[in-house]
Design a protein around this ligand. Structure first.
Ligand code: FMN
Length: 302
């Protein structure tokens, strides 16, 4: 049975299960709990050119079927990552996929160029964060803006490039086509959905940022539909993100057209869920006499 997935010439995953950006930090805490070499890939917290403090607390809130976060892209900055975190990640036999963003177009380009170093297998460009004033979804709403931005980043890096889209766009297909046209190697589909929580006792918003992004099982059906839509219109691989909790979810996303999946919020609740998800996926393939995981991609029977 073959669980490996080819995302691009330079990127073959041993299985289709990756961590998600922002719920795995830089891997250190999780490495104390399980062997990160078991993962299909390690996706790290979004990086900017300079360190970023993020939003005021409270920054997370558990809600029915998921959580709302407004971290505000807090991170240590690209240079500290390369010096302090990347060598640690290099000891594992799993490709490192570095998520990043910029406050303006030029910053995206600069960060991508600084990440063009050994030890990084791919970059994931975040054009979809709902929790920051600059550097998030403002670049991911209009296909022409996205085309121009991804083209600039494409020229700045030789790495495999994922573009992580927002669910909050007029038509995600237009965005995926623009990213593909600009030279993206894969589409990550998708980021969190804008949301908020209110405490009626205090009559105040729960989150310091007032609004945040909803993730977890609550958004899975939305993400599934987005993956299905994107699969109809691009030929590059899709990496699914949104509410993946179990191997059942993995199989469903593969059938909808994803080649791999990212597990985010579920791993905050149970850091060992990656192992169950990988093992469950293998057991499903065996039970259904499927030789290769890729046989399932986009094979929804209708
Ligand atoms: C606490 C938290 C921090 C996040 N930080 C980032 C980030 O830095 N960059 C990014 O592209 N997505 C970020 N995300 C979005 C996740 O990577 C993922 O796309 C989203 O949570 C949906 O997946 P899930 O339902 O499995 O959590 C974050 C999500 C959470 C919950």
């Amino acid at each position: 049975m073959n669980t490996s997935v080819k995302i691009a010439e330079g990127l073959i995953l041993k299985n289709p299960v990756l961590s998600a950006s922002g719920t795995f930090a830089y891997g250190e805490e999780f490495s104390e709990i399980f062997d990160l070499s078991l993962l299909g890939g390690i996706v790290t917290k979004g990086l900017s050119l300079k360190p970023k403090k993020g939003n005021p607390s409270p920054r997370v809130f558990e809600t029915t079927g998921g959580m709302i976060n407004a971290i505000g892209l807090e991170n240590i900055g690209v240079d500290a990552f390369v010096i302090e975190k990347l060598p640690f990640l290099g000891q594992f036999n799993a490709p490192v996929i570095v998520n990043f963003f910029g406050n303006e177009e030029e910053e995206y380009e600069l960060v991508a160029a600084r990440l063009d170093v050994d030890g990084i297998s791919a970059l994931e460009m975040n054009v979809s964060c709902p929790n920051v004033k600059k550097g998030g979804i403002e670049f991911g709403k209009d296909p022409n803006t996205l085309l121009s931005l991804v083209s600039r980043v494409r020229r700045a890096t030789s790495k495999t490039l994922f573009v992580k889209l927002s669910p909050m766009v007029k038509d995600i297909r237009e965005m995926a086509i623009a990213a593909q046209e600009a030279g993206a190697d894969a589409i990550t589909c998708a980021n969190t959905i804008p949301a908020m929580a209110i405490d009626e006792t205090t009559q105040r918003p729960v989150l310091g940022n007032i609004t945040g992004g909803l993730s977890g099982p609550a958004i899975k059906p939305v993400a599934l539909k987005l993956v299905w839509d994107v699969h109809q219109c691009v030929h590059i691989p899709i990496v699914a993100s949104g509410g993946i909790n179990t191997y059942h979810d993995v199989i469903q996303f593969l059938l909808a057209g994803a080649s791999a999946v990212e597990v985010g919020s579920a791993s905050l609740r149970d850091p060992l869920c990656f192992i169950d998800i990988i093992e469950g996926t293998k057991a499903y393939l065996k039970e259904h006499s499927i030789q290769s995981v890729t046989e399932l991609v986009g094979k929804l029977i209708i």
